[in-house]
Design a protein around this ligand. Sequence first.
Ligand SMILES: Cc1ncc(COP(=O)(O)O)c(C=O)c1O
Length: 454
Amino acid sequence: MPFPDAASDPDLQALATGHPERTDAFWMPFTANRQFKKTPRLLASAEGMYYRSVDGREILDGTGGLWCVNAGHANPRIVQAIQQQAATLDFAPTFQMGHPLPFILAERLAAIAPDPLKHVFFTNSGSESVDTALKIALAYHRARGEGQRTRLIGREKGYHGVGFGGISVGGMVNNRKFFGAMLPGVDHLRHTLDLQRNAFSRGLPQHGAELAEDLERLVQLHDASTIAAVIIEPISGSAGVVLPPEGYLKRIREICDKHGILLIFDEVITGFGRVGKAFAAQRFGVTPDLISTAKGLTNGAVPMGAVFASKAIHDAFMHGPEGAIELFHGYTYSGHPLACAAALATLDVYESEGLFEKAIELGPYWEQAIHSLKGLPNVVDIRNFGLVGAVELAARPEGVGQRGYEVFNRCYFEQNLMVRCTGDVIAMSPPLILNKEHIDRIFDRLAATIRATA
Ligand SMILES: Cc1ncc(COP(=O)(O)O)c(C=O)c1O
């Protein structure tokens, strides 16, 4: 049934036109609540590349929802799979019980994961996947008799969700500073964003592989025997699309290997085709020991995350009495039937529509299109890789993020285009079903907005 638009529904009209008494109860996440509620941006329905707003406009989705709708909105196979599953088996526990779907799904996922990451632990979100991966890393070392390896290394500008583990290893100041001491024994690598040397790079930046040596510095400081794991995003999205310099990830892997440190790739945004392969690990030819994922796993349709672990890690737990629980960790909804059904259908769609390859096919066109914005007012950098793009704008003297927010807001209201802004970076990660016309539309609309925004 199509969602009624605001014109014909007084309830929606009240929400859409910012009636405070109707919007007060929902405390919105990562949102300027008071500002939003004065002029809400409300989406009512979605199909393919487009949302429909409550005031009846077609909004081109330049961000795959929130980096998750890789197969486009309301794909009929995914919709049907969820509907059927809800009517067949709504819930079944996976603690000392089971149902077939997570076993089937894990096998399917293992088949597309890089060797030797063939074991899958299910969660419900990216944040949970990150905390799960960190906990597995700590428990793995303990299981091997190296329980003194307790230190975790993250990176400045890293985003690893909002759990206490994730914000501890994360490096985004506002996500950390309000929340106390967080986990002890965490340190951070330097980030790799370098506008001076790398602005307007096409694809991976050339300069900065040497920043990987920062890990050697931390090893010297703490001693390798205390370090459990390094966690990084191959491409970080939330801090404004920060790309790994050519050779950087490979060098991080080498240093981890040299010192017996586990490497975790947080692929919550890069997993499931964003950069032209199932995982960025495969596109970059660097294999970590653990991968955290979520988002594109179910096309965003039902919350689900997954952690991929190497055989060595998994097998290290499979000792001791057979009746003993090997890992004291899990969620009520790990392997939830609806999420599994959504994920299986999503994998079918990725496969049958060849969506993982889309970022390689369309990458050059995307790159050309985004870099055509060079020279527009206030554009200080443009970054791209696969079907990820970012346009960084100069901050206004009055404050960081103001120009970015205005561009984002005007794109939505004036150009019917949904983008993301973090600070003054406009980030894009469209559904992988897009075509060249959609790409033209995204960048024509964004360019018009940037031109119109002082
Ligand atoms: C790299 C990365 N890790 C973790 C997360 C957290 O995911 P969630 O919001 O599903 O908890 C995100 C979300 O954007 C992310 O980009």
